[in-house]
Design a protein around this ligand. Structure first.
Ligand SMILES: Nc1ncnc2c1ncn2[C@@H]1O[C@H](COP(=O)(O)OP(=O)(O)OP(=O)(O)O)[C@@H](O)[C@H]1O
Ligand SMILES: [Mg+2]
Length: 313
Protein backbone atom coordinates (compact mmCIF):
# COMPACT_ATOMS: atom_id res chain seq x y z
CA UNK A 1 0.00 0.00 0.00
CA UNK A 2 1.07 3.59 -0.63
CA UNK A 3 -0.58 6.73 0.64
CA UNK A 4 -1.71 9.46 -1.75
CA UNK A 5 -2.75 12.74 -0.17
CA UNK A 6 -5.36 14.90 -1.92
CA UNK A 7 -3.79 18.38 -2.35
CA UNK A 8 -7.19 20.03 -1.94
CA UNK A 9 -8.87 18.41 1.09
CA UNK A 10 -5.69 16.65 2.41
CA UNK A 11 -7.57 13.40 2.85
CA UNK A 12 -5.17 10.44 2.81
CA UNK A 13 -6.00 7.53 0.52
CA UNK A 14 -4.46 4.09 0.65
CA UNK A 15 -3.72 2.81 -2.84
CA UNK A 16 -2.55 -0.60 -3.92
CA UNK A 17 1.03 -0.29 -5.14
CA UNK A 18 0.56 -3.00 -7.77
CA UNK A 19 -2.17 -0.92 -9.41
CA UNK A 20 0.15 2.10 -9.59
CA UNK A 21 3.04 0.03 -10.93
CA UNK A 22 0.99 -0.93 -13.99
CA UNK A 23 0.69 2.76 -14.88
CA UNK A 24 4.36 3.46 -14.16
CA UNK A 25 5.39 0.65 -16.49
CA UNK A 26 3.18 2.01 -19.27
CA UNK A 27 5.03 5.37 -18.96
CA UNK A 28 1.80 7.43 -19.00
CA UNK A 29 0.99 10.45 -16.85
CA UNK A 30 -1.22 9.32 -14.02
CA UNK A 31 -3.94 11.33 -12.34
CA UNK A 32 -6.18 10.54 -9.38
CA UNK A 33 -9.61 11.70 -8.27
CA UNK A 34 -10.14 12.22 -4.56
CA UNK A 35 -12.96 9.97 -3.31
CA UNK A 36 -13.82 12.53 -0.71
CA UNK A 37 -13.94 15.91 -2.51
CA UNK A 38 -13.79 14.60 -6.13
CA UNK A 39 -10.79 16.84 -6.92
CA UNK A 40 -8.72 15.53 -9.83
CA UNK A 41 -4.96 15.90 -9.51
CA UNK A 42 -1.77 14.53 -11.11
CA UNK A 43 0.12 11.80 -9.25
CA UNK A 44 3.85 12.46 -9.30
CA UNK A 45 5.37 9.02 -9.62
CA UNK A 46 8.96 9.93 -8.74
CA UNK A 47 7.92 11.51 -5.48
CA UNK A 48 5.62 8.64 -4.67
CA UNK A 49 8.33 6.03 -5.18
CA UNK A 50 10.88 8.05 -3.18
CA UNK A 51 8.44 8.19 -0.29
CA UNK A 52 7.31 4.58 -0.30
CA UNK A 53 6.40 3.75 3.29
CA UNK A 54 7.51 0.50 4.81
CA UNK A 55 5.02 -1.80 6.50
CA UNK A 56 5.35 0.00 9.85
CA UNK A 57 4.99 3.46 8.42
CA UNK A 58 1.68 2.57 6.79
CA UNK A 59 0.24 2.65 10.29
CA UNK A 60 1.76 5.90 11.46
CA UNK A 61 -1.56 7.58 10.73
CA UNK A 62 -3.95 7.64 13.62
CA UNK A 63 -6.89 5.28 13.64
CA UNK A 64 -10.31 6.69 12.86
CA UNK A 65 -12.20 6.49 16.12
CA UNK A 66 -15.91 6.04 15.65
CA UNK A 67 -18.33 5.54 18.52
CA UNK A 68 -21.76 4.03 18.02
CA UNK A 69 -24.05 5.56 20.57
CA UNK A 70 -27.53 6.74 21.56
CA UNK A 71 -29.06 6.83 25.02
CA UNK A 72 -32.18 5.03 23.85
CA UNK A 73 -31.90 1.24 24.20
CA UNK A 74 -32.46 -1.42 21.55
CA UNK A 75 -31.94 0.82 18.50
CA UNK A 76 -29.30 -1.39 16.86
CA UNK A 77 -26.08 0.06 18.34
CA UNK A 78 -24.36 -3.27 18.98
CA UNK A 79 -25.65 -4.85 15.78
CA UNK A 80 -24.36 -1.88 13.79
CA UNK A 81 -21.02 -1.66 15.58
CA UNK A 82 -20.21 -5.35 15.16
CA UNK A 83 -21.42 -5.69 11.56
CA UNK A 84 -19.78 -2.45 10.45
CA UNK A 85 -16.57 -3.68 12.07
CA UNK A 86 -16.86 -7.09 10.43
CA UNK A 87 -17.54 -5.44 7.06
CA UNK A 88 -14.58 -3.07 7.34
CA UNK A 89 -12.37 -6.04 8.24
CA UNK A 90 -13.61 -7.95 5.19
CA UNK A 91 -12.83 -4.89 3.06
CA UNK A 92 -9.21 -5.18 4.22
CA UNK A 93 -9.07 -2.60 6.99
CA UNK A 94 -7.58 -3.37 10.41
CA UNK A 95 -10.34 -2.89 12.96
CA UNK A 96 -10.48 -2.87 16.76
CA UNK A 97 -13.94 -3.22 18.31
CA UNK A 98 -14.19 -1.82 21.82
CA UNK A 99 -17.26 -2.94 23.76
CA UNK A 100 -17.91 -0.50 26.61
CA UNK A 101 -21.25 -2.09 27.56
CA UNK A 102 -21.84 -4.21 30.66
CA UNK A 103 -24.07 -6.46 28.51
CA UNK A 104 -20.90 -7.60 26.71
CA UNK A 105 -22.77 -8.62 23.57
CA UNK A 106 -20.05 -7.96 20.99
CA UNK A 107 -18.09 -11.04 22.03
CA UNK A 108 -21.30 -13.12 22.00
CA UNK A 109 -22.17 -11.96 18.47
CA UNK A 110 -18.68 -12.84 17.28
CA UNK A 111 -18.75 -16.21 19.07
CA UNK A 112 -15.81 -15.38 21.35
CA UNK A 113 -15.28 -15.84 25.08
CA UNK A 114 -12.26 -13.69 25.86
CA UNK A 115 -10.69 -14.22 29.26
CA UNK A 116 -9.87 -10.52 29.60
CA UNK A 117 -11.17 -7.30 28.11
CA UNK A 118 -11.75 -3.62 28.75
CA UNK A 119 -12.13 -4.09 32.52
CA UNK A 120 -8.63 -5.54 32.95
CA UNK A 121 -7.24 -2.77 30.75
CA UNK A 122 -8.92 0.06 32.67
CA UNK A 123 -7.98 -1.39 36.05
CA UNK A 124 -4.40 -1.80 34.75
CA UNK A 125 -4.38 -5.48 35.70
CA UNK A 126 -3.18 -6.44 32.23
CA UNK A 127 -1.53 -4.73 29.27
CA UNK A 128 -3.55 -3.84 26.22
CA UNK A 129 -1.94 -6.66 24.21
CA UNK A 130 -3.13 -9.12 26.86
CA UNK A 131 -6.68 -7.75 26.76
CA UNK A 132 -7.27 -7.60 23.00
CA UNK A 133 -8.27 -10.84 21.24
CA UNK A 134 -8.36 -11.51 17.53
CA UNK A 135 -11.93 -12.34 16.49
CA UNK A 136 -11.49 -12.66 12.71
CA UNK A 137 -8.95 -11.79 10.04
CA UNK A 138 -8.33 -8.01 10.43
CA UNK A 139 -10.78 -7.82 13.33
CA UNK A 140 -9.77 -7.52 16.99
CA UNK A 141 -11.95 -7.21 20.07
CA UNK A 142 -11.64 -5.55 23.45
CA UNK A 143 -14.63 -7.08 25.14
CA UNK A 144 -17.08 -5.59 27.60
CA UNK A 145 -19.19 -7.34 30.23
CA UNK A 146 -20.60 -7.22 33.73
CA UNK A 147 -17.27 -6.43 35.38
CA UNK A 148 -17.34 -2.97 33.75
CA UNK A 149 -19.84 -1.91 36.41
CA UNK A 150 -17.02 -1.93 38.96
CA UNK A 151 -14.82 0.07 36.60
CA UNK A 152 -17.47 2.78 36.37
CA UNK A 153 -17.30 3.16 40.15
CA UNK A 154 -13.51 3.45 40.02
CA UNK A 155 -13.77 6.16 37.35
CA UNK A 156 -16.43 7.99 39.36
CA UNK A 157 -14.14 8.12 42.39
CA UNK A 158 -11.22 9.72 40.51
CA UNK A 159 -10.52 13.26 41.72
CA UNK A 160 -9.53 14.59 38.30
CA UNK A 161 -9.08 13.53 34.71
CA UNK A 162 -11.81 10.88 35.08
CA UNK A 163 -13.17 11.55 31.57
CA UNK A 164 -9.79 10.74 29.97
CA UNK A 165 -9.39 7.28 31.58
CA UNK A 166 -10.35 5.38 28.41
CA UNK A 167 -8.35 7.65 26.08
CA UNK A 168 -5.22 7.16 28.18
CA UNK A 169 -5.70 3.39 28.27
CA UNK A 170 -6.15 3.14 24.48
CA UNK A 171 -3.27 5.47 23.61
CA UNK A 172 -0.78 2.63 22.91
CA UNK A 173 -2.92 1.42 19.98
CA UNK A 174 -3.65 4.86 18.49
CA UNK A 175 -1.81 4.08 15.28
CA UNK A 176 -2.21 0.30 15.12
CA UNK A 177 -5.60 0.10 13.46
CA UNK A 178 -7.38 1.78 10.57
CA UNK A 179 -10.58 1.95 12.59
CA UNK A 180 -11.36 1.78 16.29
CA UNK A 181 -15.12 1.29 16.74
CA UNK A 182 -16.68 1.73 20.16
CA UNK A 183 -20.04 0.34 21.18
CA UNK A 184 -21.78 1.98 24.15
CA UNK A 185 -24.48 0.96 26.56
CA UNK A 186 -27.89 2.66 26.58
CA UNK A 187 -28.38 5.57 28.98
CA UNK A 188 -25.73 8.04 30.00
CA UNK A 189 -22.88 7.36 32.39
CA UNK A 190 -19.23 8.06 33.08
CA UNK A 191 -18.07 5.39 30.61
CA UNK A 192 -20.06 6.97 27.77
CA UNK A 193 -18.56 10.36 28.65
CA UNK A 194 -15.15 8.66 28.44
CA UNK A 195 -16.02 7.29 24.99
CA UNK A 196 -17.01 10.79 23.85
CA UNK A 197 -13.69 12.15 25.17
CA UNK A 198 -11.88 9.58 23.01
CA UNK A 199 -13.76 9.17 19.73
CA UNK A 200 -13.71 11.82 17.02
CA UNK A 201 -16.64 10.59 14.96
CA UNK A 202 -20.10 9.72 16.22
CA UNK A 203 -22.44 7.25 14.53
CA UNK A 204 -25.99 7.28 15.83
CA UNK A 205 -28.37 4.46 14.93
CA UNK A 206 -31.94 5.71 14.96
CA UNK A 207 -34.71 3.10 15.05
CA UNK A 208 -37.45 4.16 12.66
CA UNK A 209 -40.11 3.34 15.17
CA UNK A 210 -41.91 5.53 17.65
CA UNK A 211 -40.42 8.91 18.52
CA UNK A 212 -36.92 8.42 17.09
CA UNK A 213 -36.45 12.15 16.68
CA UNK A 214 -37.00 12.80 20.37
CA UNK A 215 -34.15 10.47 21.40
CA UNK A 216 -31.92 12.01 18.76
CA UNK A 217 -32.49 15.62 19.81
CA UNK A 218 -31.87 14.69 23.46
CA UNK A 219 -28.60 13.08 22.42
CA UNK A 220 -27.60 16.13 20.35
CA UNK A 221 -27.90 18.27 23.48
CA UNK A 222 -25.62 15.91 25.45
CA UNK A 223 -23.13 15.82 22.56
CA UNK A 224 -23.21 19.63 22.47
CA UNK A 225 -22.17 19.78 26.11
CA UNK A 226 -19.19 17.48 25.38
CA UNK A 227 -18.23 19.53 22.29
CA UNK A 228 -17.68 22.57 24.50
CA UNK A 229 -14.61 20.74 25.83
CA UNK A 230 -13.77 18.63 22.78
CA UNK A 231 -13.97 20.40 19.46
CA UNK A 232 -12.62 17.36 17.59
CA UNK A 233 -15.76 15.26 18.02
CA UNK A 234 -18.64 15.53 15.60
CA UNK A 235 -21.78 13.71 14.59
CA UNK A 236 -20.78 12.07 11.31
CA UNK A 237 -23.37 9.40 10.61
CA UNK A 238 -27.03 8.93 11.40
CA UNK A 239 -28.01 5.39 10.48
CA UNK A 240 -31.74 4.67 10.38
CA UNK A 241 -32.40 1.11 11.55
CA UNK A 242 -35.38 -1.28 11.58
CA UNK A 243 -36.80 0.22 8.38
CA UNK A 244 -39.96 -1.67 7.51
CA UNK A 245 -40.60 -0.87 3.87
CA UNK A 246 -44.13 -2.32 3.98
CA UNK A 247 -45.56 0.47 6.09
CA UNK A 248 -45.68 4.20 5.52
CA UNK A 249 -44.77 5.59 8.98
CA UNK A 250 -41.06 4.66 8.97
CA UNK A 251 -40.61 5.97 5.40
CA UNK A 252 -42.05 9.30 6.49
CA UNK A 253 -39.72 9.40 9.49
CA UNK A 254 -36.84 8.69 7.14
CA UNK A 255 -37.81 11.64 4.89
CA UNK A 256 -38.06 13.86 7.96
CA UNK A 257 -34.57 12.83 9.09
CA UNK A 258 -33.31 13.56 5.58
CA UNK A 259 -34.60 17.12 5.79
CA UNK A 260 -33.08 17.66 9.24
CA UNK A 261 -29.72 15.97 8.71
CA UNK A 262 -29.00 15.88 4.96
CA UNK A 263 -25.22 15.61 5.43
CA UNK A 264 -25.01 12.85 7.97
CA UNK A 265 -28.01 10.70 7.08
CA UNK A 266 -26.94 7.30 5.72
CA UNK A 267 -28.92 4.72 3.76
CA UNK A 268 -31.19 2.81 6.14
CA UNK A 269 -30.70 -0.67 7.54
CA UNK A 270 -33.94 -2.49 6.79
CA UNK A 271 -35.77 -4.71 9.24
CA UNK A 272 -34.38 -8.20 8.79
CA UNK A 273 -34.85 -11.36 10.82
CA UNK A 274 -31.37 -12.54 9.84
CA UNK A 275 -29.95 -9.77 12.01
CA UNK A 276 -31.65 -11.06 15.13
CA UNK A 277 -30.81 -14.69 14.29
CA UNK A 278 -27.11 -14.29 13.46
CA UNK A 279 -25.86 -13.60 17.05
CA UNK A 280 -27.00 -16.97 18.40
CA UNK A 281 -24.72 -18.60 15.79
CA UNK A 282 -21.80 -16.38 16.79
CA UNK A 283 -21.69 -14.96 13.30
CA UNK A 284 -21.66 -11.55 11.65
CA UNK A 285 -24.35 -10.89 9.05
CA UNK A 286 -21.77 -11.39 6.27
CA UNK A 287 -21.06 -14.91 7.55
CA UNK A 288 -24.60 -15.85 8.53
CA UNK A 289 -26.58 -14.52 5.57
CA UNK A 290 -24.27 -12.98 2.97
CA UNK A 291 -27.07 -12.71 0.42
CA UNK A 292 -29.58 -11.06 2.77
CA UNK A 293 -30.90 -7.50 2.57
CA UNK A 294 -29.23 -6.82 5.93
CA UNK A 295 -25.88 -7.85 4.51
CA UNK A 296 -26.45 -5.53 1.51
CA UNK A 297 -27.39 -2.66 3.84
CA UNK A 298 -24.31 -3.07 6.04
CA UNK A 299 -22.10 -3.35 2.93
CA UNK A 300 -23.52 0.01 1.86
CA UNK A 301 -22.65 1.44 5.29
CA UNK A 302 -19.08 0.16 4.92
CA UNK A 303 -18.85 2.04 1.60
CA UNK A 304 -20.21 5.21 3.15
CA UNK A 305 -17.79 5.12 6.08
CA UNK A 306 -14.73 4.29 3.95
CA UNK A 307 -15.85 6.65 1.16
CA UNK A 308 -14.93 3.79 -1.14
CA UNK A 309 -17.70 2.90 -3.58
CA UNK A 310 -15.91 -0.29 -4.52
CA UNK A 311 -15.51 -1.68 -0.99
CA UNK A 312 -17.17 -5.10 -0.59
CA UNK A 313 -18.90 -4.89 -3.96
N1 LIG B 1 -32.41 -4.13 11.34
C1 LIG B 1 -32.81 -5.03 12.24
N2 LIG B 1 -33.82 -5.89 11.95
C2 LIG B 1 -34.24 -6.80 12.85
N3 LIG B 1 -33.69 -6.96 14.06
C3 LIG B 1 -32.68 -6.16 14.42
C4 LIG B 1 -32.18 -5.15 13.52
N4 LIG B 1 -31.16 -4.51 14.15
C5 LIG B 1 -31.03 -5.06 15.36
N5 LIG B 1 -31.93 -6.06 15.53
C6 LIG B 1 -32.17 -6.86 16.76
O1 LIG B 1 -32.76 -5.97 17.71
C7 LIG B 1 -32.25 -6.20 19.00
C8 LIG B 1 -31.62 -4.92 19.54
O2 LIG B 1 -30.49 -4.61 18.76
P1 LIG B 1 -29.11 -4.19 19.42
O3 LIG B 1 -28.74 -5.09 20.55
O4 LIG B 1 -28.12 -4.02 18.34
O5 LIG B 1 -29.53 -2.76 20.00
P2 LIG B 1 -28.71 -1.85 21.01
O6 LIG B 1 -29.01 -0.43 20.67
O7 LIG B 1 -27.29 -2.24 21.05
O8 LIG B 1 -29.40 -2.23 22.39
P3 LIG B 1 -28.88 -1.76 23.84
O9 LIG B 1 -29.28 -0.33 23.97
O10 LIG B 1 -29.62 -2.67 24.81
O11 LIG B 1 -27.40 -1.95 23.88
C9 LIG B 1 -31.29 -7.36 18.89
O12 LIG B 1 -31.95 -8.55 19.20
C10 LIG B 1 -30.89 -7.36 17.41
O13 LIG B 1 -30.55 -8.66 16.96
MG1 LIG C 1 -26.07 -2.79 22.67
Amino acid sequence: MVIIVCPKCVRKHKVNLDMIKKHIDSGKNVSATCRSCKYKFPVLMDQLLDNLPDEKETHRFKSRKICVTLSKGGVGKTTTCVNLGAGLALAGYKVLLVDTDTQGQSSYILGKKPRAGLTELLTKELTIDECVVQARKNLWLLSGGKSLAGVKRIIDRKSFGAEWTLAEALKPVDCQYDFILLDTSPGWDQLIVNVLFYATEVLVPVALEVMPLHGLSEFMKSLGSIQKYRKEISLKYIVPTFLDTRIKGPQMLYSELKKLYPESLCSPIRYSESLSEAPSFGKSIFEFAPGSIASADYRELVRRVTMDDTALV
